[in-house]
Design a protein around this ligand. Structure first.
Ligand code: PEP
Ligand code: MN
Length: 341
């Protein structure tokens, strides 16, 4: 439930409410707004008597949160979440573009990709160093060496780094190098991993599972939020359907649906959503038109020789053209590309 304090409620009154929430075995999640403080009280579903809060000093009202995902819900925070990613503003008025190769493959490859996407207008660099591959015989990523190369690319371009973490044990190493930790589609319901990134200082990007519902994606976000990490971005990346013409089916519906249910930013990955570079720009445009807060795009300087996902990777010049088109669509729906630092 939500305990909404009166405008101007005193600090001691808010503290008394938090203490009572905790004495009931519930977790208190305060949001200190400009006008008033709202405190989320989240338990394990056992009944709680609301009346004991209504009469407390400084309390305006107590309302239940009807959704199973509490902290992720719009009921908890009607305002869209906003936070900086190493200087890039992630907020509802701006479109953020994360771009780069599927995997870090070599020093020259990642540096060339980083400079190219920066020049085209990207805001952050992606690249996997630990790769979740369907086959154990496929390229598994460069590991820590890949992370070092990503850090060098950040140093040269200023772009924040987004990279995947596959196990809780990898978090301390990856968090040393990355600005945003990516939870891949295959790990969206890896609850120990979600809890562990919830306890870490880095922003988190959660990709929708291949066969996961929107509610399941929001419950994955809830795991991270419930551990205290509020810097969470959701990513629609296509789902499995009967269609075989594309690798996945981009669920464009998911964008306005997710945004109606949660205050968290939502981005679209049309590279995995389609699996073919030819369709990436069209679906990127569609995603922004549908209200996405950003895009994740695979870009490779030499897609024909990529070690993973070459067929869905844009060449740098095509990516630059995509950015121009996305900018026009963003402006048509009342947004702007996030400013470049
Ligand atoms: C990726 O971003 O390269 C990736 C593996 O994505 P997903 O987890 O969505 O398949
Ligand atoms: Mn990929």
């Amino acid at each position: 439930m939500l305990i909404i304090m009166r405008p101007g409620a005193r600090k001691v009154e808010t503290q008394a409410v938090i203490a009572r929430i905790e004495s009931q075995g519930l977790a208190a999640h305060p949001i200190y707004g400009e006008e008033h403080t709202v405190i989320g009280a989240v338990g394990d579903g056992r009944p709680v008597n609301r009346d004991q809060f209504i009469l407390m000093d400084g309390v305006d009202r107590v309302v239940p949160i009807s959704r199973p995902f509490k902290l992720a819900s719009r009921e908890f925070s009607p305002q869209d979440s906003a936070f900086p990613l190493n200087g890039v503003s992630i907020d509802p008025g701006h479109v953020v573009i994360i771009a780069g190769p599927c995997s870090v493959e070599s020093r020259s490859q990642i540096l060339e990709a980083a400079h190219a996407v920066k020049e085209a207008g990207a805001h952050a660099l992606r690249g996997g160093a630990f790769k979740p591959r369907t086959s154990p015989y496929s390229f598994q990523g460069m590991g820590e060496e890949g992370l070092e190369l990503l850090a060098e690319a950040r140093e040269q371009t200023g772009l924040p780094i987004v990279t995947e973490v596959m196990t809780p044990e990898q978090i301390p190493l990856i968090a040393k190098y990355a600005d945003m930790l990516q939870i891949g589609a295959r790990n969206m319901q890896n609850y120990s991993l979600l809890k562990a990134v919830g306890e870490c200082e880095r922003s988190v990007l959660i990709k929708r599972g291949l066969s996961s519902t929107i509610d399941e994606l929001l419950m994955a976000a809830e795991y991270v939020l419930s551990k205290g990490n509020r810097r969470v971005v959701l990513c629609e990346r296509g789902i499995r359907t009967f269609e075989t013409a594309t690798r996945n089916t981009t669920d464009i519906n998911a964008i306005p649906v997710i945004k109606s249910q949660t205050h968290l930013p939502v981005i679209l990955d049309p590279s995995h959503g389609t699996g073919h570079w030819e369709y990436v720009t069209a679906i990127a445009r569609a995603g922004i038109a549908a209200g996405a807060d950003g895009l994740m795009i695979e870009v490779h300087p030499d897609p024909d020789n990529a070690l993973s996902d070459g067929g869905q990777s844009l060449k740098p010049e095509r990516f630059a053209e995509m950015v121009l088109q996305v900018k026009a669509i963003a402006e048509a729906v009342g947004k702007k590309l996030a400013p470049i630092q």
